[in-house]
Every structure is written in structure tokens, then in C-alpha cells.
Write a protein that binds this ligand. Structure first.
Ligand code: A3P
Length: 319
């Protein structure tokens, strides 16, 4: 009888089959816990809540994709490890930022790697706070959240998807509609920004909320702020020796995009699933504020601004 039939599928697999799926971006997205996650990293993302064992001295970079994840990984790694490496013999001269600061669950096996790292760990995620173990908050783990004007984040996303999909991505109008409906990788973007914004208000000493635009406009100021936040402030001696500027230069767009590990000549394609291929060069496009005007109409820009204003109303978060 059917009641005695034992399914070979796991509980997670059965659950996944019931979740809404949408096509359009380079790979299908599945809606789980109000977050559109690529189907090929869904299981691993779902496992984070149970399998990640947060430690009180963890620092987690919580970045919405295309908002400066790569840059912040480089900056955080360089700031916290600056007594270990010189600027002429630095891991970021030979490795990509994504190799030195691991994701929690972008590829199968990420979580295993994360658990083997010595403390204090520097980790990163695109996941919502609600998909991380609640001990991230109760243990007081530090979080650095970076967000960006959604218009620029959208344009960055659109270009990125085209490159991942060998130029075959969806058109601008369809992409815009999906993004504004909240359906983009790790979207809705406004919910992600809001969750971490609220966490930064609740735990101001432990959660730092940054905007891509403020890092662009005064990088040394943000580098100093990050160092103080991570309890490794720059000494006067470091300051007068120009260490802050050295961190800025090493992690800057020009420097990072020119190192061999980030050039196509040493293509080390990352497979985040069967179809998805990320060429390291696609992580570095322009690195500018306001590039959306070159790709979107003013009307689209206004519509997105209005949407964001409605979503953020009353939160104190303004773009
Ligand atoms: P653009 O597509 O607008 O150029 P993420 O790392 O979260 O995927 O974000 C990618 C965006 O950050 C891209 O924006 C990329 O060019 C920009 N970026 C990458 N490295 C940077 C750096 N060192 N400084 C400034 N911007 C950077």
C-alpha cells in the first residue's frame, strides 16, 4: 500500500520540488525562505542554518551580489592580515579575493572548508540573515554588510549574467521587470538590504552597514572605519607610513583586475553548478558609481527609485 512506500528522496529534496521556480537569469532560481536562490546551490544554502557552527570571533561579510563583495573581501582580508604579509609578498597578488575569503555555501563543499578554518574566521555570504544560524546574532558575530544603489547593482547583475551565459542572457526589459518583482539571485534586494540594516540598528557595535558609494567616495576613511570595527585600528606609525593607502591601492579596481589570477590568461573557471561558469574577469567590469544612466532610461531609474523608497519607508534606510 502507498503508506508503506519509502521514498528514496530526502526531506529536503521533497521540499525543493514544492518550491516556486523561475527561469530567465543564467540559471533557474528557486524561492526559499523569501529568497531567490540558484537551483544548483539551494541544497547547500538550506544546510547552512544547521551545519554552520558560528564562533564568537567570526566576521561575516554579508554582501548582496554585485554590490562590492569582491572589493570588500579584499579589503577585509588585507586589513586583518596586515601584520602577516607585506605588500610585495601578498596573497592577493597571486590569488583571487574569493579564494582567500570563502563563501558559506556557493559551491558544494564550501561549508566543509569553512569548518576547518582556524579562528578568527573571515567568511562571506549572499544569504539572508534568517538563513544563518540564530547564534550568529546571539554570539555577537561581527557582520559587515555592503549594499549599493540598486540601479547600479541591477546593471552590474545584467552584464554579469550575460557574461556567464556567453552573451545569451535575457533582455534588459525582462531583467528589469524580474529584478523589480524581487526575482534576482538572492533577491528581493530590498528585503536583503532591510534585514541587515535592521540588524545593524539592533547590534551597532557588531554590525557595520556600508554602501558601495561611500567606499568609492572616500576609501581611506572606510578602511580606517573597518579596521576600528574589527578591533585592529591603524597605529599612528602605520598611518604615517601610508599603510592605509597601501591597502587602498592593493585592493583597488585597477590593481585587482590586473593581477594574473583575475585575468583571462589564467582562466580558472569556477563552477558554481553544472551550467554556471564564472570567468574571473567578469567580477571586474567598471567599478563606477552611476553607470546605470548609460544602460537604463530615466523612466526606469525613476521607477526603481520609487520602488525602493516605498520598500524602505519608515526604516531609516535611504538611497
Ligand atoms: P560593475 O559591474 O558596476 O563594474 P560583486 O563583487 O559583489 O560581484 O560586485 C561586482 C561589482 O563591483 C562590479 O561593478 C565590479 O566592477 C565592482 N568591483 C569589483 N572589484 C572592485 C574594486 N576593487 N573596486 C571597486 N569596484 C569593484
Amino acid at each position: 500500500p502507498p503508506s508503506q512506500f519509502i521514498s528514496s528522496k530526502s526531506h529536503t529534496e521533497n521540499l525543493i520540488e514544492t518550491l516556486p521556480t523561475r527561469e530567465g537569469w543564467a540559471t533557474p532560481l528557486v524561492l526559499y525562505n523569501n529568497c531567490w536562490i540558484r537551483a544548483n546551490s539551494l541544497k547547500d544554502s538550506m544546510a547552512v542554518k544547521d551545519r554552520l557552527k558560528p564562533r564568537p570571533d567570526d566576521t561575516i561579510l554579508a554582501a548582496h551580489p554585485k554590490c562590492g563583495t569582491t572589493w570588500l573581501k579584499a579589503l577585509l582580508f588585507t586589513i586583518v592580515n596586515r601584520s602577516r604579509y607585506t605588500f610585495t609578498d601578498h596573497p592577493l597578488l597571486t590569488s583571487r579575493p574569493h579564494q582567500v575569503v570563502p563563501y558559506l555555501a556557493l559551491r558544494p563543499g564550501d561549508l566543509d572548508i569553512v569548518e576547518t578554518l582556524p579562528s578568527p574566521r573571515l567568511l562571506s555570504t549572499h544569504l539572508p540573515l534568517s538563513l544563518l544560524p540564530s547564534t550568529v546574532s546571539t554570539l555577537g558575530c561581527r557582520i559587515v554588510c555592503v549594499c549599493r544603489d540598486p540601479k547600479d547593482a541591477f546593471i552590474s547583475r545584467w552584464h554579469f549574467e550575460k557574461r556567464m551565459n556567453q552573451g545569451m542572457s535575457i533582455g534588459m526589459d525582462e531583467a528589469f521587470t524580474m529584478f523589480c518583482e524581487g526575482c534576482s539571485p538572492y533577491g528581493p534586494f530590498w528585503d536583503r538590504y532591510l534585514e541587515y540594516w535592521k540588524e545593524s540598528l539592533a547590534r551597532p557595535d557588531e554590525v557595520m552597514f556600508l554602501r558601495y558609494e561611500e567606499i568609492v567616495s572616500d576609501t581611506p576613511k572606510v578602511i580606517r572605519k573597518l579596521a576600528s570595527f574589527l578591533r585592529v585600528p591603524f597605529t599612528q606609525e602605520e598611518d604615517s607610513n601610508g599603510v592605509v593607502e597601501q591597502v587602498e591601492d592593493l585592493c583597488g579596481f585597477t590593481s585587482l583586475s590586473n593581477i594574473a589570477a583575475n585575468r583571462p590568461s589564467r582562466v580558472q573557471h569556477e563552477h558554481a553548478g553544472d551550467k554556471l561558469v564564472v570567468d574571473p574577469t567578469s567580477l571586474f567590469r567598471k567599478g563606477k558609481v552611476g553607470d546605470w544612466v548609460n544602460h537604463m532610461s530615466k523612466d526606469m531609474g525613476d521607477r526603481m527609485d520609487q520602488l525602493v523608497a516605498e520598500k524602505f519607508k519608515g526604516s531609516g534606510l535611504i538611497f
